[in-house]
Design a binder for this molecule. Structure first.
Ligand code: SF4
Length: 128
């Protein structure tokens, strides 16, 4: 019996968790591992992912994935602090790269408060 590990025959991608609002959050959980990272940035930092970075990230991330499903996970801080327009830009940026049999999924890891309205608008609009 061969004890060599078998190479996987299915393509595997990488999984990136993007933080478009950096460590900004509207909660202050005692156990938070990330909110303290604000201290690593200089004064005047707005923590928001720029449109240029968003465009490059979407394009390069999709191009780097050999899998039929590409998951975009937005975390924070609180990602919905970016606002509805940001997530519309995400969808708009993904559309040229969506192909038949290729599913692009957006997951918003939302735990903060005050932006439930944005989350509901995203869901209701079907991310159009
Ligand atoms: S909701 Fe999440 S990001 Fe915000 S303070 Fe709590 S653990 Fe940190």
């Amino acid at each position: 019996m061969n004890s060599e590990p078998r190479a996987s025959t299915s393509a595997q991608g990488i999984h990136v968790v993007a933080k478009p609002m950096g460590p900004m959050c509207n909660l202050a959980c005692e156990y938070c591992f990330y909110i303290e990272k604000k201290a690593l940035f200089g004064e005047g930092e707005n923590f928001r992912m720029s449109d240029d970075v968003l465009t490059s990230f979407v394009k390069d991330y999709i191009a780097s994935q050999p899998t039929p499903v590409v998951e975009f996970v937005w975390q924070g801080g609180e990602p919905t602090l970016m606002g509805l327009d940001f997530f519309k830009k995400v969808v708009h940026g993904q559309k040229p790269f969506a192909r038949k049999h290729r599913l692009l999924i957006i997951i918003i890891a939302k735990v903060g408060q005050g932006n439930l309205k944005i989350t509901c608008q995203l869901l209701r609009s079907g991310m159009q």
